[in-house]
Design a protein around this ligand. Sequence first.
Ligand code: KIV
Length: 274
Amino acid sequence: MSLAKKEFKKVTTHSLQQMKDQGEKISMLTAYDYTMAKMVDAAGVDCILVGDSASNVMAGHETTLPITLDQMIYHASSVIRAVDRALVVVDLPFGTYQGDSKQALNSAIRVMKESGGHAVKLEGGVEIIEGIKRILTAGIPVMGHLGLTPQSIYKFGTYSVRAKEDAEAQKLLEDAKALEEAGCFGIVLEKVPAELAKKVSDALTIPVIGIGAGAGVDGQVLVFHDLVGMTHQFHPRFLRRYLNLYDEITGAIGQYVQDVKDVDFPNESESYTS
Ligand code: KIV
């Protein structure tokens, strides 16, 4: 069992900081509903992300842009009801914080009040710093998100690796420092070269959690459906699949269909007597 699992009955932003300080890597995984979150929490994940990737994996949208604040609150409150130990971070969805700092604060307050989440995550650097500062003034912990920021997919044009060029790498480093200075408790770094991610992690005192950012950061995050192989047409280099649930589940359901057709299910022991 990890040091963290023994020490922290409930993971807080301070526990994550202690993990970085003690050199223990942080585990983070998404969850979007009660049953999923029960398993993720029971398995000892330190931090659960109610990601706006729910827009893709739960609702079937092509991007994260359509999901609403109400929908994020619904997902987050289901997760919160399941969790005993993990810190639960909730994504502020596209269009709910970029307008101005008052909008950002109002959205973050709604998440905290209506879902019971423990912290919020926002995508972007210096361009959203006023919103981040305003949220922090209300005592709401904020996590940043840099590198590939899927809410900006139409600006990037592709989901390929970010910050390969010096200018973008330099901007990313400056953004990361600005987020730390503003008071963020951590940063997600998505799909950037491993050397750059390590440089960012070394330059910051707060934890940097990577996805497609190599092993030199302070922790890792994945999307639940990818880790367990429920998604099967998505093969990014960074993804390690621990199960192949798509095949397992479709196989089991196919067997059920066959059993019904063959009048094999239900059998006598699966039926009630008078
Ligand atoms: O929404 C999400 O799942 C995320 C992770 C990919 C970090 O932001």
